[in-house]
Design a protein around this ligand. Sequence first.
Ligand SMILES: [Zn+2]
Length: 81
Amino acid sequence: MTCTTHHHACDCREAEHAAEIARLMAALDTAALALRDAAISVIDWGTYASDYFQKKHGLASDIARIQAAHLAAIDAARSKT
Ligand SMILES: [Zn+2]
């Protein structure tokens, strides 16, 4: 790929880096959506378990962990430069 920012002989790979950032941002968006859906699924299905098993296996902390990962992915996607 030829640099479109500098002269034609430039070897800064700026365009490649921009393409790589775009690819990673798309992957991050996909991961954020998957984490949101995972949190919804865990909430939906986890609450079928009795209170005893919800507490024994830490359902609330599992949900909180997935939701925190979802928010972290959104924050990372927003902080792109
Ligand atoms: Zn360049």
